[in-house]
Every structure is written in structure tokens, then in C-alpha cells.
Design a protein around this ligand. Structure first.
Ligand code: GLU
Length: 505
């Protein structure tokens, strides 16, 4: 089943790529890589009314950021190109003609007004109008008209569509790699439009023709395309082509309750639904992206991989290579996968811990610079190593480490009230003397001297250490005090304690 795997991601460039789309691309990529196959990007831009100019570039950029590049696609290894359907336009007419010739399709000349009238009429009688076997020979179609009448209409340039002639009274057994067998009664299907007199194919025709010409072996796509599968299988039959295998991925659901995850859910709960930031050129609206919000691409991909797929073990952290190794369609679930922003943050936090201090420092330095702080690289790297375990994002670093770079400008009121007693000022004065006397101010010496002094005074450690923390940090938070003191240095430590005595005593 897995010889010569060729899969495709076939988005329509109608706007930014939703994370559901990225997940589809990812599963295609993983499947292709697992079986040493080819991952194709095809841009399905036949619907010019919904075309958005910057969308294709967005899709390409998003795949790049996610680190799941395509092997063939626009501008890259164009063996089966072009890969934009708008550039393949001339091709589809020929295939519409083949179906007409074979009797698998027919012309329909019904105007929009005529169809509207049928619809209304049906509605009034509590029915739904379906263009198919039960009425196609009575409507304005080539099945109802004589050959001469059809010729005349075509010659006169009447507008038409080409519809698929769905076979009647048949039960199709569709085979989905994820869902198993699906039974469909062809009588419930409508005769979908395949081609229009403006020379443009619809999605269905272009999609099948291209999948065939591009030798696609597996169609892996979202659940929303499941209802089209019967038609697609019938089209392969009509052309006498071998159909690819199909796999319809489960929906990504809202964090709360049922329904498909939408941009509105993200806006409401404060998380992005797009991989990259996106500016709508018409409205100027900017939508947030995972990248710009500070998520790591590998954490994002890891999170997406587990939306609808599971490895069958407890393992949650996977590198891309491990995903390729572990992935298979047999472990993709049929039911929708609930999206969790908290889990996404958890993944980011996990990934942040595995990044090297060097890498994280390189990301932190520009943030510091923006705050007007030119920090030494080694100094910053040490800080990063001290605080990273408490961070989910690099952007959290500032909150966790600002006191390394600047003196506290205020002191947490509640903590001060509780920790700064009447005798604290005096104690802190003594501490200043102890610190001043430490010749070589390193962790070991500071620990020995300060702890020794506290012990000799027979007071609790907290009586000194808490006010000291307040003096250095401004609040009761942060890493080990001896780390902080030796990082900011003896002078600064003393200055900060003096400052606190002045303000809090
Ligand atoms: N162009 C369709 C989309 O936008 C592709 C569906 C398919 O993969 O067949 O999702």
C-alpha cells in the first residue's frame, strides 16, 4: 500500500492558513516522509471570487516556519507542474469534454433565476431542490433537449454548466483509511457542477484531474471533504482511472464544547488560530500568529501532531524525526480532537527547557535591547540558565529577571509589611558589614559568611533572607539569593540593601 507514496496539500488561497490546514499539511508531510514519498503543494485557485493575493505566500511561509517544506510545488521541482490550478486552466476543458462524450456528464443551461424559482417552489412545499436523476431530464439540460437544440444553444453562446451524471440506484462502498467502509446510496447525491462556460473547472473536476495527473497515491484531507468522496470516486470510475486511497482527518474542535475551532474562539480565549500573523489587506485587520506570539515552531508542530493522532504510548514529546517514525494513518482517530490552549503552552514550556542557554540568550538579548538595556552576553546567559525553568515563553524572561538588570524601584507592599520588622533595619545594617568584609565575593564565600553570621546570631534564616530578597528583588520571588548577589556584585548588593533600609525602615 505504500509503494511510491505521493501526497498533496491542496489549499485554496482564500486567506491565512488556519491551524486545521497546517495539521492537514503536517499529516501529509509525515506520511510522505515515513514512506520515503513526495509531499506536493498544489494551489487550488480556480475560484477567482474568493482569491486573496497574499494568501499563497502566507501558505508557503507558514510551511517554511513549521519546518515541513514541500518537495514539489510552485517554483520548486516542477516535475508535474504548474502547481497553481489557475495556470492549468486550459487543461480541464479537455477532461470535461471526455466526460460529456462518454455520457458521464451533461450540459445544463438553467439560468440562476430558473434555479432560484425551483428552489423556492420546493421550499414552499417543504422540500429541498436537488438537481439529480429525478429531475435532470425535465430541466433545461442536454438530457432533456434534442441534439440540435443543444448545438444551437452552444452556438448562440448561451451560458451553461457541465454537470456530472450521477449513476442511479447504486450503493457505493467507499473505503476510507481512517473511517473504514462508508456506504452511500447514489440516489441521494446531486449532480455537481464540474465545469462552467467561462472556461473554469470547479473544485471537483480540477481536484480529480490534478490528483490523477500528479500521480497522487493518497488523498489526506480534512473531514469537511468527506461528503465529496463519493463524487470523487465516481469521477475516477468515469475516467477509467485508478483512484488514490482516501483518508479524512477528524475536525479540530473548540476548547469548550462542540463545533469546529474558529478564529472567534481564539479571539475570545486569547490564543492564535493561525501559524503566522496575518494582515487582511482589505480591512487592515491583523490576526495573531503562533510565531509572533512567541511559540517555538517545533513545540507548535508537536502539539498539532497529537491533535487527532496518538502514538499508542504515553509519549508526548516528539521531534519531527520521531513523528515521522511513529506516525501512521491507522492511529488517526475518527472523532474530533479538542484543541487546548493550555496544552499548547505546556508544549512550549517543555520545549523551552530543552533549548540551549545560548539559543535562548540570543532570543532574549533583542528584548533587553528594546528596553534600552545593553547586556553582556555571558551575564545574560547565566541569568537565562537560572530562570528558564520558570518560563513558558522567552517573553516571560523579563518578568523573571528584570532585577538582574535594574534596581527594584518599589517593594511589594504586602511582603514588606510581613517581612520588614522593626529590628530588620538594624539586622540589614549588620549584614552590609558582613558582606563588605567578604574579600572574594563568590557564592561559596558569601554562603559561608552570611550563613555563619546568621547562625551565630541564633535567629531564623527567614528573618534575614526574606528582607534581603525584598531588598534585592523588590518582591518575594526569583532564583537563589546567592546567585543573585554574586551576579549583580558586591557593590550593587550593598547599595540595594541600603536603599531598602531607607525606604522600608
Ligand atoms: N482546495 C481544497 C481545500 O481548500 C482541497 C481539498 C482536498 O484536499 O481535496 O481544502
Amino acid at each position: 500500500m505504500t509503494d511510491n507514496v505521493r501526497v498533496r496539500f491542496a489549499p485554496s488561497p482564500t486567506g491565512p492558513l488556519h491551524i486545521g490546514g497546517v495539521r492537514t499539511a503536517l499529516f501529509n508531510y509525515l506520511f510522505a516522509k515515513k514512506y520515503n514519498g513526495t509531499f506536493v503543494l498544489r494551489i487550488e485557485d480556480t475560484d477567482q471570487t474568493r482569491y486573496v493575493k497574499n494568501a499563497e505566500q502566507y501558505i508557503v511561509d507558514a510551511l517554511k516556519w513549521c519546518n515541513i517544506p514541500f518537495d514539489e510545488g510552485p517554483g520548486n521541482n516542477e516535475k508535474f507542474g504548474p502547481y497553481r490550478q489557475s495556470e492549468r486552466k486550459e487543461l480541464y476543458q479537455e477532461y470535461a469534454d471526455i466526460l460529456l462524450e462518454k455520457g458521464w456528464a451533461y450540459y445544463a443551461f438553467d439560468t440562476a433565476e430558473e434555479l432560484d424559482a425551483h428552489r423556492k417552489n420546493h421550499e414552499e412545499n417543504g422540500k429541498t431542490f436537488t438537481y439529480n436523476w429525478h429531475n435532470r431530464e425535465k430541466l433545461n439540460s442536454s438530457l432533456a433537449l434534442s441534439a440540435q437544440e443543444v448545438e444551437a444553444k452552444l452556438a448562440a453562446g448561451d451560458k451553461y454548466v457541465v454537470r456530472f451524471k450521477t449513476p442511479q440506484d447504486e450503493t457505493l462502498i467507499l473505503e476510507d483509511e481512517i473511517r473504514g467502509k462508508i456506504k452511500i446510496d447514489t440516489n441521494v447525491l446531486d449532480d455537481k457542477v464540474l465545469f462552467k462556460s467561462d472556461g473554469m473547472p470547479t473544485y471537483h473536476l480540477a481536484n480529480i484531474v490534478d490528483d490523477h495527473l500528479m500521480e497522487i497515491s493518497h488523498v489526506i484531507r480534512g473531514e469537511e471533504w468527506l461528503p465529496s468522496m463519493a463524487l470523487h470516486i465516481l469521477l475516477y470510475r468515469a475516467f477509467d482511472w485508478k483512484a488514490p486511497k482516501f483518508a479524512h482527518l477528524p475536525l479540530i474542535l473548540k476548547p469548550v464544547g462542540k463545533g469546529k475551532l474558529s478564529k472567534r474562539d481564539g479571539d475570545k480565549l486569547g490564543f492564535p488560530v493561525f501559524p503566522l500573523e496575518y494582515t487582511n489587506e482589505q480591512t487592515g485587520d491583523v490576526s495573531r500568529g503562533y510565531k509572533e506570539d512567541g511559540y517555538f515552531n517545533d513545540a507548535f508542530i508537536n502539539m498539532l501532531a497529537l491533535l487527532g493522532w496518538n502514538p499508542g504510548t504515553e509519549q508526548e514529546i516528539f521531534s519531527l524525526e520521531e513523528l515521522v517514525e511513529a506516525f501512521d494513518l491507522s492511529r488517526v482517530s475518527k472523532s474530533g480532537a479538542k484543541f487546548s490552549p493550555d496544552k499548547t503552552n505546556w508544549f512550549n514550556q517543555q520545549y523551552l527547557q530543552t533549548k540551549s542557554d545560548e539559543e535562548l540568550t540570543a532570543l532574549y538579548l533583542p528584548i533587553l535591547e528594546e528596553k534600552g538595556i545593553t547586556a553582556d552576553e555571558n551575564f545574560t546567559q547565566k541569568i537565562v540558565s537560572l530562570i528558564k525553568e520558570r518560563a513558558t515563553f522567552v517573553a516571560d524572561f523579563w518578568e523573571l529577571s528584570n532585577f538582574f538588570f535594574e534596581n527594584p524601584s518599589e517593594y511589594d507592599e504586602k511582603a514588606a509589611k510581613k517581612q520588614w520588622k522593626e529590628t530588620t533595619g538594624e539586622l540589614m545594617q549588620e549584614l552590609i558589614t558582613v558582606i563588605s568584609n567578604i574579600e572574594e565575593f563568590n557564592i561559596e564565600n558569601a554562603q559561608t559568611e552570611i550563613k555563619g553570621w546568621i547562625t551565630s546570631k541564633e535567629i531564623g534564616f527567614g528573618k534575614v533572607m526574606q528582607p534581603l530578597r525584598l531588598s534585592l528583588v523588590g518582591k518575594l520571588a526569583g532564583p537563589d539569593l546567592f546567585d543573585i548577589m554574586t551576579m549583580i556584585g558586591k557593590e550593587n548588593t550593598i547599595a540595594r540593601i541600603k536603599n531598602a533600609i531607607e525606604k522600608l525602615s
